[in-house]
Design a protein around this ligand. Structure first.
Ligand code: SAM
Length: 429
């Protein structure tokens, strides 16, 4: 009898998952299904489904035009701007190669004919133009998925796009490119080496945390990019994982990748927009497929928005906060540290790995020893760290430095890496 009951519950779970994927196209159907399953059929992942339904409602509310002042910092405006950016992927990149063609024409005809007969430079330009069309299909799929997920009509996007273009506002080619290149770091086999440099220290620290399946530990990953670390943490089992990301470009890319249902089913050419540091033209033009592993969107909750404000109501909620290549994105680092401290429950832990690469007009730029002093003042107690995570960086601390790459072209001739700093700090009971 018990076996039969278990089998029945399992079948329901599978049916739930299958219908969920089927209903990817229509968020409202998804919400309705959540309610049916939550109220009538199974309690297995009802808490998780509720979390997702609640967040979906919050997101929809946040995106309403009437919610706050309508300007370029409104969440819907930022989302439409990012959608516009992905829409114009090909045009922006072809404008760039057009420039390269014009520059090439500056070479005297005699020299050009040597170049053509030896390396077929025009053919290379033509091939790359053609490959941008493959990439454009991915960019458009991101847009289509985004319109469905966020419940935005094509008409609204078209009107927004037309107005932007009438007023001469250019799209942000760099943010589009960075978000798409993140598929390599996070969701391709090619990114595995890079992930293997960064993830094990964090995952091992979490694997040692004692936890139980019926009472999962709550983990928050702010500045999560397109979410691989958050999903790998969830894969450890016994963690209820929430990721947070502010960039609408990253969020669109994440929503897209997390809805894919065929492993390695998408192919694109991530390196064609930058011709420096290539050993061969084949390397430059090579395809990369993703996702190397499917990301179950239900296993991780994605909360979109600014880390310093979007969790205002969640004081003391999390057991662990993991910051990966994140804390140096702060304009106000003190606010980040205070927010991490506030969101942790007493006894909770902060795990960090990343560089100190300050950007975007930071209000203050602290050295590592100053971050330690400030964090201790805010109330953190730094703990011992594994020797496998590098050498101690500053004598007298437990913080270790480890060479870690970020968004590297594994076959490129430039090896950009950071001495990323790893630490674990506790909020005392
Ligand atoms: C350097 S990236 C690292 C992404 C990811 N953790 C990884 O290692 O691949 C930093 C990320 O933090 C995000 N970010 C910056 N400020 C943020 C904020 N205030 N709240 C949430 N995310 C933020 C950026 O959009 C970006 O995706």
């Amino acid at each position: 009898m018990l076996h039969r009951l278990l089998l029945f519950v399992l079948c329901l779970a599978y049916a739930n998952a299958a219908i969920w994927r089927f209903s990817e196209l229509v968020p409202q159907i998804r919400q309705a299904i959540t309610q049916i399953f939550v109220t009538n059929l199974t309690v297995i992942d009802s808490a998780e489904s509720n979390r997702h339904a609640d967040e979906h409602g919050r997101l929809q509310h946040q995106l309403q035009r009437s919610n706050g002042k309508w300007d370029s910092s409104h969440p819907r405006h930022r989302l439409l701007t990012a959608l516009h950016g992905f829409c114009r992927y090909k045009e922006r990149n072809l404008a760039e190669t057009k420039k390269w063609r014009d520059w090439y024409k500056q070479i005297p005809k005699r020299q050009r004919s040597i170049v053509e007969s030896s390396v077929h430079y025009t053919r290379k330009l033509n091939t790359v133009d053609h490959l941008f069309e493959t990439n454009e299909r991915v960019a458009h799929a991101i847009v289509d998925n985004g319109l469905r997920f966020y419940n935005i009509s094509q008409t609204e996007l078209d009107e927004f796009t037309q107005e932007n273009e009438r007023e001469g506002r250019a799209t942000d080619k760099t943010s589009v490119s960075q978000a798409m290149k993140h598929f390599v770091r996070d969701w391709s086999a090619e990114g595995l080496d890079e992930r293997q440099e960064a993830f094990p220290c964090v995952l091992n620290a979490l694997a040692n945390v004692s936890r139980a399946a019926h009472h999962p530990m709550r983990v928050l990953v702010p500045g999560a990019g397109i979410g691989r670390l958050a999903h790998d943490i969830s894969g450890l089992g016994g963690f209820e994982v929430t990721m947070n990301e502010w960039s609408a470009y990253m969020n669109l890319a994440y929503r897209y990748v997390s809805e894919l249902s065929v492993p390695d089913g998408v192919v694109f050419h991530p390196y064609i927009d930058w011709w420096s540091h290539h050993a061969t033209t084949t390397d430059l033009q090579r395809p990369v497929s993703f996702p190397d592993q499917l990301a179950d969107p239900l296993s991780v909750l994605s909360v979109e928005g600014d880390f310093t404000t979007v969790f205002a109501a969640e004081t003391g909620k999390y057991d662990v906060i993991v910051t990966l290549f994140f804390i140096d994105t702060a304009r106000n680092l003190v606010s980040y540290l205070e927010n991490i401290h506030r969101l942790l429950r007493p006894g909770g832990r902060w795990i960090n790995l990343g560089p100190l690469l300050y950007g975007s007009a930071p209000f203050l730029q602290l050295s590592l020893d100053e971050i330690v002093a400030l964090s201790e003042r805010i109330g953190f107690k730094f703990e011992e760290t594994e020797a496998t995570c590098g050498e101690i960086t500053v004598t007298g601390t437990t913080i270790r430095g480890k060479e870690v790459a970020y968004a590297r072209n594994g076959r490129g001739l430039s090896k950009n890496a950071y001495e990323a700093q790893f630490w674990q700090a506790k909020k005392p009971e």
